[in-house]
Design a protein around this ligand. Sequence first.
Ligand SMILES: Cc1cc2nc3c(=O)[nH]c(=O)nc-3n(C[C@H](O)[C@H](O)[C@H](O)COP(=O)(O)OP(=O)(O)OC[C@H]3O[C@@H](n4cnc5c(N)ncnc54)[C@H](O)[C@@H]3O)c2cc1C
Length: 244
Amino acid sequence: MDETDVAVVGGGVAGLTAALFTARAGLDTVVLDGGGSILRRNAHLENYPGYPAGINPRTYLAMLDDQVRRTGVQRREARVHAVDPSDDGFVVACESDDPDQLRATRVVAASWADTEYLGDLPAVEDRDSKSFVLADDDGRTKVDGLYAAGRLADRYHQAIVAAGDGARTGITVVHDADSEFYHDWVVPEGYFTNRGREVPMGCEEVDSEERAQRERASLDALAPYLSEARGDGPVSHPSLADED
Ligand SMILES: Cc1cc2nc3c(=O)[nH]c(=O)nc-3n(C[C@H](O)[C@H](O)[C@H](O)COP(=O)(O)OP(=O)(O)OC[C@H]3O[C@@H](n4cnc5c(N)ncnc54)[C@H](O)[C@@H]3O)c2cc1C
């Protein structure tokens, strides 16, 4: 059976952002997604900070997906149907994938409204005909090694909130996996070392040549996404049989 440090169930806004942080911290991270983010149903994303006139939500999701892949996250198109605690973590079982089982030390549940795969684990709560996974502010649930993020954890229903919650949960996983203080900052050369300090864990100092190279690479990476319109996505609620 394949093994990973972190399995993220749900490759939407919260799950991909959590994976970004765990992978950048060096944890082997697999994202399993069974259908794509609900955000694809948005018409134009105007309240996500950093885009002066908003952005096509599908363009945003494609860029997020690209960023996560470049960070080394393994993406699997697979719907998870069971997450079972085992001696040293969890066994994650998928409906379609090869192989169809994965052993994970930690699991982040970020599957919008789907809790079925968690069975009767004590973290699940049904309320007002909706399902949630109860998690504290940092994403930890009552089940050791199981975390939750985004809409599933009963956060506000905006993409930036889901992204922030995913980030916070990802960093919690990093702290739990290795208890040292962790930032994930890229800073100019000398920022710490010129003051006689060690570069803290999870930080990186880069010189000006490296900064220029990274900026050029970032412009090259952005260009294909921003050069032309992506066009319409879904136009109605899924109950009206609209599919993209
Ligand atoms: C029509 C519409 C318009 C919206 N407009 C805006 C807006 O303008 N601004 C804004 O900020 N927010 C908007 N939102 C809300 C935004 O989409 C959500 O807040 C955000 O997507 C929540 O992120 P999430 O990661 O919790 O869920 P999602 O992004 O939906 O990610 C959940 C992922 O889990 C996957 N999944 C589910 N079950 C399983 C399983 N068993 N196994 C594997 N994968 C699974 C799903 O396929 C999905 O990819 C809108 C939502 C809708 C529906």
